[in-house]
Design a protein around this ligand. Structure first.
Ligand SMILES: [Fe+2]
Length: 466
Protein backbone atom coordinates (compact mmCIF):
# COMPACT_ATOMS: atom_id res chain seq x y z
CA UNK A 1 0.00 0.00 0.00
CA UNK A 2 1.29 3.44 -0.78
CA UNK A 3 0.30 6.92 0.25
CA UNK A 4 -2.24 8.51 -2.04
CA UNK A 5 -0.95 12.01 -1.31
CA UNK A 6 1.07 13.07 -4.33
CA UNK A 7 1.31 16.81 -3.87
CA UNK A 8 -0.30 19.21 -1.46
CA UNK A 9 -0.31 22.90 -0.68
CA UNK A 10 -0.56 22.14 3.02
CA UNK A 11 2.77 23.07 4.64
CA UNK A 12 2.54 19.94 6.81
CA UNK A 13 2.02 17.69 3.77
CA UNK A 14 4.78 19.09 1.57
CA UNK A 15 8.55 19.60 1.54
CA UNK A 16 10.24 17.84 4.45
CA UNK A 17 6.85 17.04 5.96
CA UNK A 18 5.46 15.29 2.89
CA UNK A 19 4.49 11.69 3.60
CA UNK A 20 6.51 8.96 1.93
CA UNK A 21 4.71 6.24 0.08
CA UNK A 22 6.99 3.22 0.29
CA UNK A 23 7.67 0.73 3.04
CA UNK A 24 11.30 -0.16 2.50
CA UNK A 25 14.03 -2.49 3.67
CA UNK A 26 17.38 -1.00 2.78
CA UNK A 27 20.51 -2.89 3.76
CA UNK A 28 24.21 -2.11 3.57
CA UNK A 29 23.59 1.62 3.52
CA UNK A 30 26.41 3.95 2.59
CA UNK A 31 28.14 5.61 5.54
CA UNK A 32 30.31 8.72 5.74
CA UNK A 33 32.64 8.85 8.71
CA UNK A 34 32.70 5.87 11.03
CA UNK A 35 29.85 4.40 13.03
CA UNK A 36 30.82 3.73 16.65
CA UNK A 37 32.31 0.29 17.30
CA UNK A 38 30.15 -1.73 19.65
CA UNK A 39 27.04 0.45 19.28
CA UNK A 40 24.45 -2.16 18.32
CA UNK A 41 20.70 -1.81 18.37
CA UNK A 42 17.91 0.08 16.67
CA UNK A 43 17.00 3.74 16.71
CA UNK A 44 13.24 3.79 16.22
CA UNK A 45 11.38 6.99 15.50
CA UNK A 46 7.67 7.60 15.07
CA UNK A 47 5.85 10.35 13.21
CA UNK A 48 2.82 11.21 11.11
CA UNK A 49 2.63 9.86 7.58
CA UNK A 50 -0.97 9.96 6.37
CA UNK A 51 -1.80 7.23 3.90
CA UNK A 52 -4.84 8.99 2.44
CA UNK A 53 -5.49 12.58 1.49
CA UNK A 54 -7.09 14.21 4.55
CA UNK A 55 -10.79 14.76 4.85
CA UNK A 56 -10.90 18.52 5.38
CA UNK A 57 -8.17 20.50 7.07
CA UNK A 58 -5.09 18.49 8.09
CA UNK A 59 -3.40 18.84 11.45
CA UNK A 60 0.06 17.35 11.87
CA UNK A 61 -1.10 15.46 14.97
CA UNK A 62 -3.58 13.50 12.83
CA UNK A 63 -1.31 11.64 10.38
CA UNK A 64 -1.08 7.85 10.51
CA UNK A 65 1.93 6.72 12.51
CA UNK A 66 4.94 5.45 10.59
CA UNK A 67 7.96 3.88 12.25
CA UNK A 68 11.43 4.49 10.89
CA UNK A 69 14.02 2.06 12.23
CA UNK A 70 17.75 2.47 11.74
CA UNK A 71 19.59 -0.64 12.88
CA UNK A 72 23.29 -0.54 13.72
CA UNK A 73 25.19 -3.83 13.88
CA UNK A 74 28.01 -2.49 16.04
CA UNK A 75 30.58 -3.26 13.36
CA UNK A 76 30.05 -0.29 11.08
CA UNK A 77 27.00 -1.55 9.22
CA UNK A 78 23.54 0.04 9.07
CA UNK A 79 20.15 -0.88 7.64
CA UNK A 80 16.78 0.88 7.48
CA UNK A 81 13.19 -0.33 7.66
CA UNK A 82 9.99 1.72 7.76
CA UNK A 83 6.44 0.54 8.33
CA UNK A 84 3.07 2.15 8.86
CA UNK A 85 1.47 1.37 12.19
CA UNK A 86 -1.48 -0.67 10.93
CA UNK A 87 -4.09 0.64 13.32
CA UNK A 88 -7.74 -0.43 13.21
CA UNK A 89 -8.65 3.05 11.98
CA UNK A 90 -6.14 2.85 9.15
CA UNK A 91 -7.50 -0.60 8.28
CA UNK A 92 -11.01 0.88 8.04
CA UNK A 93 -9.75 3.61 5.72
CA UNK A 94 -7.82 1.08 3.68
CA UNK A 95 -11.04 -0.90 3.13
CA UNK A 96 -12.72 2.28 1.86
CA UNK A 97 -9.67 3.45 -0.08
CA UNK A 98 -10.01 6.95 1.36
CA UNK A 99 -9.82 8.96 4.58
CA UNK A 100 -12.99 8.64 6.65
CA UNK A 101 -11.90 10.20 9.94
CA UNK A 102 -11.72 13.88 10.87
CA UNK A 103 -9.09 15.08 13.33
CA UNK A 104 -7.87 17.87 15.60
CA UNK A 105 -8.86 20.56 13.14
CA UNK A 106 -11.88 18.81 11.72
CA UNK A 107 -14.28 17.15 14.15
CA UNK A 108 -16.03 14.87 11.68
CA UNK A 109 -16.84 11.33 12.68
CA UNK A 110 -17.51 8.56 10.16
CA UNK A 111 -20.77 6.69 9.87
CA UNK A 112 -20.91 3.03 10.96
CA UNK A 113 -21.26 2.17 7.28
CA UNK A 114 -18.01 3.98 6.54
CA UNK A 115 -16.07 2.34 9.37
CA UNK A 116 -17.36 -1.14 8.51
CA UNK A 117 -17.01 -2.22 12.14
CA UNK A 118 -13.88 -0.16 12.73
CA UNK A 119 -13.50 2.39 15.51
CA UNK A 120 -15.43 5.66 15.52
CA UNK A 121 -12.19 7.60 16.14
CA UNK A 122 -8.76 6.80 14.74
CA UNK A 123 -5.95 6.09 17.19
CA UNK A 124 -3.09 7.05 14.89
CA UNK A 125 -0.29 5.75 17.18
CA UNK A 126 2.05 8.37 15.72
CA UNK A 127 3.77 10.23 18.56
CA UNK A 128 6.41 8.08 20.21
CA UNK A 129 7.68 4.52 20.37
CA UNK A 130 9.10 2.88 23.49
CA UNK A 131 10.27 -0.59 24.47
CA UNK A 132 9.32 -1.96 27.87
CA UNK A 133 8.99 -5.46 29.30
CA UNK A 134 9.50 -7.03 25.88
CA UNK A 135 6.81 -4.92 24.22
CA UNK A 136 7.40 -2.23 21.60
CA UNK A 137 4.61 0.30 22.00
CA UNK A 138 3.57 3.05 19.58
CA UNK A 139 1.96 5.83 21.55
CA UNK A 140 -0.76 8.38 20.99
CA UNK A 141 -2.08 10.24 24.00
CA UNK A 142 -5.80 10.02 23.31
CA UNK A 143 -5.85 6.22 23.22
CA UNK A 144 -4.14 2.98 24.20
CA UNK A 145 -0.67 2.04 22.97
CA UNK A 146 -0.39 -0.02 19.79
CA UNK A 147 2.08 -2.89 20.02
CA UNK A 148 4.39 -3.81 17.15
CA UNK A 149 6.93 -6.59 16.73
CA UNK A 150 10.69 -5.98 16.44
CA UNK A 151 10.13 -6.40 12.67
CA UNK A 152 7.66 -3.46 12.96
CA UNK A 153 4.59 -5.56 12.13
CA UNK A 154 1.52 -4.33 14.01
CA UNK A 155 0.15 -6.61 16.75
CA UNK A 156 -2.73 -4.40 17.95
CA UNK A 157 -3.87 -2.31 20.88
CA UNK A 158 -2.24 -3.00 24.23
CA UNK A 159 -4.41 -2.73 27.36
CA UNK A 160 -1.85 -4.42 29.64
CA UNK A 161 -3.84 -7.60 30.03
CA UNK A 162 -7.06 -5.67 30.52
CA UNK A 163 -5.62 -3.73 33.47
CA UNK A 164 -5.40 -0.31 31.79
CA UNK A 165 -7.48 0.66 28.79
CA UNK A 166 -7.64 4.43 29.36
CA UNK A 167 -5.78 6.97 27.24
CA UNK A 168 -2.02 6.61 27.71
CA UNK A 169 0.50 9.43 27.36
CA UNK A 170 3.02 9.39 24.53
CA UNK A 171 5.67 10.22 27.14
CA UNK A 172 5.84 7.42 29.71
CA UNK A 173 9.00 7.30 31.81
CA UNK A 174 11.02 4.17 32.50
CA UNK A 175 12.74 4.23 35.89
CA UNK A 176 16.29 2.94 35.31
CA UNK A 177 16.56 1.76 38.93
CA UNK A 178 13.38 -0.33 39.13
CA UNK A 179 12.59 -1.02 35.48
CA UNK A 180 9.06 0.31 36.05
CA UNK A 181 7.25 2.25 33.34
CA UNK A 182 5.27 5.13 34.84
CA UNK A 183 2.63 6.87 32.78
CA UNK A 184 -0.62 8.78 32.89
CA UNK A 185 -3.60 9.50 30.74
CA UNK A 186 -5.83 12.51 30.55
CA UNK A 187 -9.42 12.59 29.47
CA UNK A 188 -12.02 15.21 28.62
CA UNK A 189 -14.49 13.31 30.82
CA UNK A 190 -13.83 12.48 34.51
CA UNK A 191 -11.50 11.30 35.80
CA UNK A 192 -9.51 13.97 34.02
CA UNK A 193 -6.15 12.52 35.07
CA UNK A 194 -5.17 8.92 35.76
CA UNK A 195 -1.71 7.77 36.82
CA UNK A 196 -0.48 4.24 36.18
CA UNK A 197 2.60 2.27 37.24
CA UNK A 198 3.66 -0.82 35.31
CA UNK A 199 6.36 -3.06 36.74
CA UNK A 200 9.41 -4.41 34.94
CA UNK A 201 7.47 -7.49 33.84
CA UNK A 202 4.74 -5.40 32.19
CA UNK A 203 2.08 -5.83 34.89
CA UNK A 204 0.03 -2.86 36.08
CA UNK A 205 0.73 -2.43 39.80
CA UNK A 206 -1.03 0.85 40.56
CA UNK A 207 -3.57 3.25 39.12
CA UNK A 208 -4.54 6.51 40.80
CA UNK A 209 -7.29 8.87 39.66
CA UNK A 210 -6.54 12.53 40.32
CA UNK A 211 -8.96 15.43 40.43
CA UNK A 212 -8.40 18.44 38.22
CA UNK A 213 -10.63 21.54 38.12
CA UNK A 214 -11.03 21.24 34.36
CA UNK A 215 -10.13 18.81 31.58
CA UNK A 216 -6.79 19.86 30.10
CA UNK A 217 -4.38 18.65 27.46
CA UNK A 218 -1.36 17.32 29.35
CA UNK A 219 1.27 16.09 26.92
CA UNK A 220 4.13 15.05 29.21
CA UNK A 221 5.08 14.68 32.87
CA UNK A 222 8.22 13.94 34.86
CA UNK A 223 9.31 11.45 37.47
CA UNK A 224 11.91 11.35 40.22
CA UNK A 225 13.00 8.41 42.34
CA UNK A 226 10.33 9.45 44.88
CA UNK A 227 7.76 11.58 43.07
CA UNK A 228 5.65 12.03 39.98
CA UNK A 229 5.31 15.59 38.66
CA UNK A 230 2.36 16.89 36.63
CA UNK A 231 1.69 20.30 35.12
CA UNK A 232 -1.96 21.34 35.22
CA UNK A 233 -1.76 24.08 32.59
CA UNK A 234 -4.80 25.88 31.19
CA UNK A 235 -5.02 24.24 27.77
CA UNK A 236 -8.66 23.41 28.34
CA UNK A 237 -10.88 21.09 26.32
CA UNK A 238 -14.11 22.66 25.15
CA UNK A 239 -16.34 20.25 23.26
CA UNK A 240 -19.18 22.74 23.13
CA UNK A 241 -16.94 25.12 21.18
CA UNK A 242 -15.64 22.25 19.04
CA UNK A 243 -19.15 21.27 18.03
CA UNK A 244 -19.63 24.89 16.91
CA UNK A 245 -16.57 24.70 14.70
CA UNK A 246 -14.21 26.39 17.15
CA UNK A 247 -10.91 24.93 18.42
CA UNK A 248 -11.20 21.87 20.63
CA UNK A 249 -8.65 23.37 23.03
CA UNK A 250 -8.66 26.92 24.39
CA UNK A 251 -5.92 28.73 26.29
CA UNK A 252 -7.48 29.99 29.55
CA UNK A 253 -4.74 31.55 31.70
CA UNK A 254 -7.40 32.77 34.12
CA UNK A 255 -7.73 29.13 35.21
CA UNK A 256 -4.19 29.26 36.64
CA UNK A 257 -1.28 26.84 36.29
CA UNK A 258 -0.22 24.34 38.95
CA UNK A 259 2.56 21.87 39.45
CA UNK A 260 1.35 18.65 41.03
CA UNK A 261 3.71 16.47 43.06
CA UNK A 262 2.55 12.95 43.88
CA UNK A 263 4.43 10.48 46.03
CA UNK A 264 5.20 7.29 44.13
CA UNK A 265 4.59 5.28 47.28
CA UNK A 266 1.24 6.80 48.21
CA UNK A 267 -2.34 6.31 47.11
CA UNK A 268 -2.83 9.80 45.67
CA UNK A 269 -4.22 11.49 48.77
CA UNK A 270 -0.85 13.14 49.39
CA UNK A 271 -0.73 14.94 46.04
CA UNK A 272 0.12 18.63 46.44
CA UNK A 273 -0.63 21.29 43.85
CA UNK A 274 1.57 24.39 43.82
CA UNK A 275 0.75 27.50 41.80
CA UNK A 276 3.11 28.89 39.22
CA UNK A 277 2.77 31.57 36.56
CA UNK A 278 0.64 30.62 33.54
CA UNK A 279 2.68 28.55 31.15
CA UNK A 280 2.65 25.37 29.13
CA UNK A 281 5.15 22.54 28.81
CA UNK A 282 5.07 20.12 25.93
CA UNK A 283 8.21 18.33 27.06
CA UNK A 284 10.08 17.83 30.28
CA UNK A 285 13.81 17.20 30.25
CA UNK A 286 13.96 15.48 33.65
CA UNK A 287 13.26 15.89 37.36
CA UNK A 288 14.84 14.86 40.64
CA UNK A 289 14.06 14.97 44.36
CA UNK A 290 16.64 16.31 46.82
CA UNK A 291 18.22 13.90 49.31
CA UNK A 292 16.14 15.38 52.14
CA UNK A 293 12.96 14.97 50.12
CA UNK A 294 11.99 18.62 50.47
CA UNK A 295 12.77 19.96 47.01
CA UNK A 296 11.86 18.74 43.56
CA UNK A 297 13.86 20.12 40.65
CA UNK A 298 12.06 20.03 37.32
CA UNK A 299 13.70 20.90 33.99
CA UNK A 300 11.35 21.60 31.12
CA UNK A 301 10.93 23.54 27.91
CA UNK A 302 8.53 26.24 29.07
CA UNK A 303 6.18 28.22 26.83
CA UNK A 304 4.39 31.37 27.93
CA UNK A 305 1.25 29.94 26.36
CA UNK A 306 0.16 26.96 24.37
CA UNK A 307 -0.70 27.14 20.69
CA UNK A 308 -0.93 24.09 18.48
CA UNK A 309 -2.10 25.93 15.43
CA UNK A 310 -5.81 25.41 15.99
CA UNK A 311 -6.71 29.06 16.33
CA UNK A 312 -4.65 30.18 13.35
CA UNK A 313 -2.45 28.50 10.77
CA UNK A 314 0.57 30.52 11.85
CA UNK A 315 0.48 30.05 15.60
CA UNK A 316 1.68 32.90 17.75
CA UNK A 317 5.14 34.29 18.46
CA UNK A 318 4.88 33.85 22.21
CA UNK A 319 4.22 30.14 21.76
CA UNK A 320 7.89 29.20 21.69
CA UNK A 321 9.81 27.26 24.28
CA UNK A 322 12.93 27.90 26.31
CA UNK A 323 14.58 25.45 28.70
CA UNK A 324 13.78 26.38 32.30
CA UNK A 325 14.48 24.96 35.74
CA UNK A 326 11.57 24.91 38.19
CA UNK A 327 12.51 24.50 41.84
CA UNK A 328 9.56 23.24 43.85
CA UNK A 329 9.80 23.60 47.64
CA UNK A 330 7.49 21.00 49.16
CA UNK A 331 7.87 22.50 52.65
CA UNK A 332 6.77 26.04 51.80
CA UNK A 333 4.63 24.85 48.87
CA UNK A 334 6.20 27.40 46.60
CA UNK A 335 7.83 27.31 43.21
CA UNK A 336 10.39 29.45 41.45
CA UNK A 337 11.76 29.10 37.96
CA UNK A 338 14.53 30.47 35.79
CA UNK A 339 15.58 30.21 32.18
CA UNK A 340 18.56 27.89 31.71
CA UNK A 341 19.70 28.25 28.13
CA UNK A 342 19.70 31.16 25.72
CA UNK A 343 18.59 29.43 22.52
CA UNK A 344 14.92 28.54 22.15
CA UNK A 345 14.03 24.95 21.44
CA UNK A 346 12.23 21.83 22.57
CA UNK A 347 12.39 18.01 22.42
CA UNK A 348 14.74 17.83 25.46
CA UNK A 349 16.35 14.52 26.43
CA UNK A 350 18.65 13.01 29.01
CA UNK A 351 20.29 9.57 28.94
CA UNK A 352 17.84 6.79 29.83
CA UNK A 353 20.07 5.84 32.77
CA UNK A 354 19.38 9.23 34.39
CA UNK A 355 15.60 9.34 34.07
CA UNK A 356 14.28 10.65 37.40
CA UNK A 357 17.77 11.31 38.77
CA UNK A 358 19.82 14.49 38.88
CA UNK A 359 21.65 15.07 35.62
CA UNK A 360 24.61 17.23 34.74
CA UNK A 361 23.96 17.35 31.00
CA UNK A 362 20.79 17.75 28.98
CA UNK A 363 20.23 18.01 25.22
CA UNK A 364 17.50 19.72 23.21
CA UNK A 365 16.64 20.54 19.61
CA UNK A 366 17.37 24.24 19.14
CA UNK A 367 16.95 27.17 16.77
CA UNK A 368 20.52 28.39 16.29
CA UNK A 369 19.42 31.81 15.06
CA UNK A 370 17.77 32.45 18.40
CA UNK A 371 14.63 33.36 16.48
CA UNK A 372 12.17 30.49 16.69
CA UNK A 373 9.35 32.14 14.73
CA UNK A 374 8.90 30.31 11.50
CA UNK A 375 12.19 28.46 11.92
CA UNK A 376 12.96 24.80 12.31
CA UNK A 377 15.28 22.75 14.49
CA UNK A 378 18.64 23.20 12.77
CA UNK A 379 20.81 22.27 15.74
CA UNK A 380 21.16 20.46 19.03
CA UNK A 381 22.20 22.25 22.20
CA UNK A 382 23.93 20.57 25.13
CA UNK A 383 23.50 22.22 28.51
CA UNK A 384 25.84 21.74 31.47
CA UNK A 385 23.67 22.36 34.53
CA UNK A 386 26.74 22.54 36.77
CA UNK A 387 28.35 25.46 34.98
CA UNK A 388 25.33 26.79 33.03
CA UNK A 389 27.45 26.50 29.89
CA UNK A 390 25.71 25.62 26.65
CA UNK A 391 27.19 24.27 23.44
CA UNK A 392 25.36 24.10 20.11
CA UNK A 393 25.99 21.90 17.10
CA UNK A 394 24.45 23.12 13.84
CA UNK A 395 23.82 20.22 11.45
CA UNK A 396 24.76 22.17 8.33
CA UNK A 397 23.34 24.58 5.75
CA UNK A 398 19.68 23.79 5.11
CA UNK A 399 19.85 20.78 7.43
CA UNK A 400 16.92 20.19 9.76
CA UNK A 401 16.92 17.68 12.59
CA UNK A 402 14.47 16.61 15.24
CA UNK A 403 14.79 15.16 18.70
CA UNK A 404 18.38 14.04 19.41
CA UNK A 405 18.31 10.72 21.26
CA UNK A 406 21.18 9.73 23.55
CA UNK A 407 22.72 6.28 23.04
CA UNK A 408 25.12 5.31 25.80
CA UNK A 409 28.57 4.00 24.93
CA UNK A 410 28.42 0.42 26.29
CA UNK A 411 32.12 0.70 27.10
CA UNK A 412 32.02 4.31 28.23
CA UNK A 413 32.18 6.02 31.58
CA UNK A 414 30.87 9.42 32.44
CA UNK A 415 27.47 10.92 31.93
CA UNK A 416 28.05 12.10 28.38
CA UNK A 417 29.93 9.02 27.15
CA UNK A 418 27.79 8.14 24.18
CA UNK A 419 26.26 9.53 21.04
CA UNK A 420 23.35 11.64 19.92
CA UNK A 421 21.24 10.07 17.17
CA UNK A 422 18.97 11.95 14.81
CA UNK A 423 17.43 11.93 11.37
CA UNK A 424 18.58 15.09 9.58
CA UNK A 425 16.95 16.25 6.34
CA UNK A 426 18.43 18.57 3.74
CA UNK A 427 15.68 21.05 2.87
CA UNK A 428 17.02 21.58 -0.65
CA UNK A 429 17.68 18.04 -1.81
CA UNK A 430 14.94 16.58 0.44
CA UNK A 431 17.19 13.70 1.41
CA UNK A 432 17.71 12.36 4.91
CA UNK A 433 20.83 11.22 6.73
CA UNK A 434 20.98 9.41 10.03
CA UNK A 435 23.51 11.55 11.90
CA UNK A 436 25.62 10.40 14.85
CA UNK A 437 27.26 13.02 17.08
CA UNK A 438 29.74 12.39 19.88
CA UNK A 439 27.72 13.47 22.94
CA UNK A 440 30.89 14.56 24.69
CA UNK A 441 32.11 17.01 22.06
CA UNK A 442 29.05 17.34 19.77
CA UNK A 443 31.37 16.54 16.85
CA UNK A 444 29.76 14.61 14.01
CA UNK A 445 31.25 11.12 13.78
CA UNK A 446 29.10 9.46 11.11
CA UNK A 447 26.28 9.91 8.63
CA UNK A 448 24.24 7.07 7.17
CA UNK A 449 22.76 8.10 3.84
CA UNK A 450 19.18 6.89 3.49
CA UNK A 451 17.62 5.87 0.21
CA UNK A 452 14.30 7.51 1.08
CA UNK A 453 13.59 10.73 2.98
CA UNK A 454 12.27 10.42 6.52
CA UNK A 455 9.48 12.98 6.99
CA UNK A 456 9.82 15.37 9.93
CA UNK A 457 8.27 13.59 12.87
CA UNK A 458 7.98 13.38 16.59
CA UNK A 459 9.75 11.11 19.07
CA UNK A 460 11.92 8.02 19.14
CA UNK A 461 14.25 5.98 21.27
CA UNK A 462 17.46 3.99 21.07
CA UNK A 463 16.88 0.34 21.84
CA UNK A 464 20.19 -1.40 22.46
CA UNK A 465 20.64 -4.95 21.20
CA UNK A 466 20.22 -7.46 24.01
FE1 LIG B 1 5.85 14.93 22.56
Amino acid sequence: MTSTIATSDDPFLSGGYAPVDAERDDVALSVSGKLPDGLAGVYLRNGPNPMFAPKGRYHIFDGDGMLHGLTLDGEGGARYRNRWVRTDGLAAETRRGAAIYGGMANGEFPTPEETGGGPSMKNVANTNVVRHAGRILCLWEAGSPTEVTPALETVGLCDFGGAFSSPFTAHPKIDPRTGEMLAFGYSAIPPYLRYVAIDATGQVTKTIDLDLPAPVMMHDFAITDQHVVFLDAPAVFDFQAFSNGEPIISWKPENGTRIGVLSREGDGRDVVWIDTDPCYVFHFLNASTSADGRTVTVDACRLARMDIGLESEEGSADADAWLHRFTVDLTTRSCRYQQIAELPGDFPRVPAALEGLSQRYGYYASFSSGRPDGGMFDSVTKVDFTTSAAQTHVYGPDQIGGEAVFAADPNGRGEDAGWLLNFVTDQTSLTTDFVVLDAGTLDEVARVHLAQRVPFGFHGNWMPAA
